[in-house]
Design a protein around this ligand. Structure first.
Ligand SMILES: Cc1ncc(COP(=O)(O)O)c(C=O)c1O
Length: 392
């Protein structure tokens, strides 16, 4: 029937993380004291210098279309950042600025994979990865990691999943939802596999600055052959508390970078002009300002992990980066609550705490708690969780 929505429209699911956050906001608007652990965004204000730079840009009349690849000043700042901080031999023609890292990821997939190609994902993974692979016509192939290995994949697990159809692997270190990080030695082995089997690495490094005793490494810095197969993704949302500004970026070999810009030309055009001016200021922010935010997250991380570890039946690994705790709550599933979706519903309805069920991340039995909220909310929320779990 011609009046039916497309097959794609019928298969696409709404983002579960955004959905839970929206429900929590709705309940709050109705006057319910919901504590939200669902949001994937820092609770800090965007630093003043960034806002001032965007305001100045607006005052200067920089309110017209920006080039699809990004304004020259931002591309230059990104090249300098990738060279000095990540050791990546970036050049201007490799950079594209996008409407959030989400768009950079999708543009990268559209520019690298063909329909039917396999893309290796490391589970638990951010839900968007699998959905974007499918939107791009690809087939997700999942490497399942477990809490026993701190959710970090080994090269052997990846080798098992490589086939003649493998076109790309998506990496996210540190990882949403687990906080897992991939050690440099394993990244080096993954780079060798990508070179040997000639597939793309899409390396999402958006949480690189939110790390706790872990030294992140960029796979694109491992020499020319790795650089030639890697699309490095990053953005301003998490590090600078700029989720609403929608500024992400990618660094890719020329042919892919050019294709990504052409895709963007035809879908959204460039990112907001004055937000890009703000992003230039963000990339020039003194390290001390970012370090202050990281230290606050580290305190909250210790607080939430200690509380979770104190609850009978709860198992949780130590996040090495990002701002999520990802406990295994399977002990509470199987009786009146059949799965983690029902458990998250129960926690929202009975304890008024919003979380995201692990199934959204290909990790049933787990629940994600963002600790990008105040210490008081963590404390109150954990007390509610403890009481609610005890009643199951
Ligand atoms: C792993 C990961 N990559 C990318 C993004 C997207 O960030 P942006 O706000 O820049 O689109 C997120 C946001 O939650 C994320 O968790």
């Amino acid at each position: 029937m011609s009046s039916q929505p497309s097959q794609l429209a019928q298969s696409i699911k709404p983002s579960p993380t955004l959905a839970m956050g929206a429900r929590a906001k709705q309940m709050k608007a109705e006057g319910i004291d919901v504590i939200s652990f669902a949001a994937g965004e820092p609770d800090f204000n965007t630093p003043g210098a960034i806002c001032a730079a965007a305001q100045e840009s607006m005052n200067l009349g920089q309110t017209k279309y920006a080039p699809s690849k990004g304004i020259p000043a931002l591309r230059k700042a990104i090249v300098e950042k990738l060279r000095s901080e990540n050791g990546i031999a970036a050049e201007d023609h490799m950079i594209s600025v996008t409407n959030g890292a989400k768009q950079a990821l999708y543009n990268a997939l559209l520019a690298t994979i063909n329909p039917g190609d396999e893309v290796i994902l490391i589970a638990p993974y951010w839900a968007t990865y699998a959905d974007q692979v499918e939107l791009a016509g690809g087939v997700p192939v999942v490497v399942q990691t477990t809490a026993d290995q701190d959710f970090a994949p080994s090269a052997a697990q990846i080798i098992e999943k490589i086939s003649s159809k493998t076109k790309a692997i998506m990496l996210n270190s540190p990882c949403n939802p687990t906080g897992a990080a991939i050690d440099r030695s394993v990244l080096e082995q993954i780079a060798e596999l990508a070179i040997k089997h000639d597939f793309w690495v899409i390396s999402d490094e958006i949480y690189e600055k939110l790390v706790y005793g872990f030294e992140p490494a960029s796979i694109a810095s491992f020499g020319p052959e790795a650089l030639a197969r890697t699309v490095t993704i990053n953005g301003c949302s998490k590090t600078y508390s700029m989720t609403g500004w929608r500024i992400g970026y990618a660094c890719a070999p020329k042919a892919v970078a050019t294709a990504m810009a052409s895709i963007q030309d035809n879908v959204t055009s460039g990112a907001v002009t004055f937000c890009q001016a703000g992003a230039v200021a963000a990339l020039k922010l003194p390290d001390s300002e970012i370090e202050a935010m990281r230290e606050i997250f580290d305190e909250r991380r210790k607080q939430i992990i200690a509380r979770l570890r104190g609850m009978p039946g709860v198992k949780v690994t130590d996040p090495r980066g990002a701002f999520y705790a990802f406990p295994d709550l399977s002990h509470f599933i199987g009786g009146k609550l059949k799965n983690d979706l029902e458990l998250a519903e129960y926690l929202l309805n009975e304890a008024h705490i919003a979380t995201v069920p692990g199934s959204a991340f290909h990790a049933p039995g787990h629940v994600r708690f963002s600790f990008a909220c105040s210490p008081e909310d963590i404390d109150r929320g954990m007390t509610r969780l403890e009481e609610a779990l005890a009643q199951i």
